[in-house]
Design a protein around this ligand. Structure first.
Ligand code: DX5
Ligand code: ZN
Length: 220
């Protein structure tokens, strides 16, 4: 299955003092998705933004809002994230007792459903869930912070999940997140990923560099 590469800049590395302008700039520079990292200071040690901020920055781009929830529990806040304008909502299976129900709820709210696998989470968690998913996110760092180093040992998992997706016959995005830069991007593409989250690598050098950074990540 030939896949077009999509770039999803993580706004965690943007300048938060002018977040709307930063999102306009990465949109103009060719971003496919806008990756929003939501952290609760509990499921992961860091604390970031919630639905109110998403609602406001939603006005700065017509691109797909790719919302990565690193929160526990997920269920009570789903409606707020959907109402704020999320297009894809991704969560971690460890954060809920019944992931299948959460996937269903996300869809009923009119969003696409994603599941994120930590480096220590085995791909077999997908077996009962894959047919209901629109996106699978493989973490290539331990979630919590931008700017960490890519974990090479996740490449095998990416390959296995690409095979699972191909076997499913479904059009499911395989996204990778953490330490994606000009050196690691070709490796994850080779392993079968088709959506690359990149914070540090997209935003480095300031707005004049965003277009070039995104093109380079795409392998152009
Ligand atoms: C990590 C977040 C990532 C992170 C990516 O917990 O989910 O999206 O911000 O940042 P870089 O590309 O800098 O590793
Ligand atoms: Zn993320």
């Amino acid at each position: 299955m030939a896949n077009e590469i999509k770039i999803s800049p993580s706004i965690l590395s943007a300048d938060f003092s002018c977040l709307g302008k930063e999102i306009e700039a990465i949109t103009k520079a060719g971003a496919d998705y806008i990756h929003v990292d939501v952290m609760d200071g509990h499921f992961v040690p860091n604390l970031t933004i919630g639905p109110e901020v998403i609602k406001d920055i939603r006005k700065s781009s017509t691109k797909t809002f790719d919302v990565h929830l690193m929160i526990e529990p997920v269920d009570p806040l789903l409606e707020s994230f959907a109402d704020a304008g999320s297009d894809i909502i991704t969560f971690h299976p460890e954060a809920e007792k019944n992931p299948k129900e959460i996937i269903k709820k996300i869809k009923n709210l009119g969003c696409k459903s994603g599941l994120s696998l930590n480096p220590s989470t085995n791909e077999n968690v997908l077996e009962d869930l894959i047919m209901d998913l629109d996106l699978i996110l493989v973490m290539t760092v331990v979630p919590g912070f931008g700017g960490q180093s890519f974990m090479e040992d996740q490449l095998i998992k990416i390959k296995k999940i690409r095979e699972m997706i191909n076997e499913s016959g479904k059009n499911i995005d395989l996204e990778v997140d953490g330490g994606i830069n000009f050196e690691t991007a070709p490796k994850v593409i080779e392993a079968g990923a088709n959506v690359l989250v990149a914070g540090t690598a997209t935003f480095s050098g300031g707005p004049d560099m965003y277009e070039k950074n995104i093109k380079t990540l795409r392998g152009l």
